[in-house]
Design a protein around this ligand. Structure first.
Ligand code: NAG
Ligand code: NAG
Ligand code: NAG
Ligand code: NAG
Ligand code: NAG
Length: 230
């Protein structure tokens, strides 16, 4: 599962550190892996939605050693007071949860390790923090929770991305300029090298002439490195 992969990443990131540190990291990893139950509300733990719409509150659970009678609960934090929206006990991995709903407009739409819910016809009062909580007795009752934030707005504002466009084109322009510059530079260098090559050839031929016609400059030409192509 994920745990193993992350472990490897961590390990790799620290390769090159002395053996003792490695051992310590391994021990820490060991401790970390046993704390494996993880509730996740995804990479973007918030949502901005229009009043009256229906929203998905995402949550999944994961455990390295598997679950047994995992208890999970969705709760809403209403200014410090926690309201349970729904809860369930999942007997084992891969079993679809049988969920008890405690609040209206809540619908369970999860499957297997997905314990997401739908919140129907949201109002402004629904805005706030939703916690997806889980406790796995198989892991000595370890618990974990993740918070999803819902923001309710009148209407979705069209994001003014003029600035983004400006920045993007500016960056693009700079990159373009840079590329052009590099191309020009390379072209110039190429031309210069060609010219130099020509000049060297001229030098060689002239020095050749010098060699035969003028002893002094001929010896000078001899001390110069022999020009070579490429
Ligand atoms: C959302 O709220 C506004 C202002 O309170 C109201 O006029 C509008 O009808 C509401 N929209 C829905 C879909 O309930
Ligand atoms: C939250 O509770 C505090 C103290 O109980 C109160 O002052 C505040 O107005 C409440 N906020 C909302 C949005 O209900
Ligand atoms: C949501 O609103 C629609 C239209 O107002 C209504 O038909 C539907 O029953 C509502 N759903 C829930 C779960 O309240
Ligand atoms: C969980 O289930 C919901 C509803 O079926 C779906 O929209 C969502 O993408 C699922 N999430 C994951 C992480 O699979
Ligand atoms: C979660 O576990 C910690 C110890 O790991 C415990 O202190 C806490 O009370 C637990 N929370 C719940 C809600 O059971």
């Amino acid at each position: 599962m994920e745990c193993g992969r992350r472990g490897t990443l961590y390990w790799r990131a620290h390769s090159g550190v002395p053996a003792l540190a490695m051992l310590l990291i391994a021990l820490m990893l060991g401790v970390w892996v046993t704390q494996a139950l993880e509730m996740s509300v995804g990479k973007v733990p918030f949502l901005v939605a229009v009043n009256g719409s229906t929203v998905l509150l995402p949550c999944t659970y994961a455990s390295c050693i598997g679950i047994k009678n995992l208890y999970f609960r969705w709760q809403y934090n209403d200014n410090g007071t926690m309201y349970t929206l729904c809860d369930s006990v999942i007997p084992e991995d891969g079993v679809d949860p049988q969920v008890t709903i405690w609040r209206e407009r809540v619908e369970f739409v999860g499957k297997k390790n997905n314990v997401s819910i739908l919140l129907w016809n949201i109002t402004f009062e629904d805005a706030g923090q939703y916690t997806c909580y889980g406790r796995n007795p198989k892991e000595k009752g370890r618990n974990h929770s993740a918070i999803f934030t819902l923001e309710v707005v009148d209407e979705l504002k069209v994001v003014d991305n003029t600035l983004t466009v400006i920045i993007a084109s500016a960056v693009g322009g700079v990159i373009g300029l840079f590329v052009t510059f590099m191309l020009l530079k390379n072209l110039t260098l190429f031309i210069i090298s060609k010219i130099e090559e020509k000049n060297k050839e001229c030098l060689v031929s002239s020095s050749g002439i010098d060699n035969t016609e003028n002893g002094l400059s001929g010896s000078k030409a001899d001390s110069k490195p022999t020009p070579k192509k490429a």
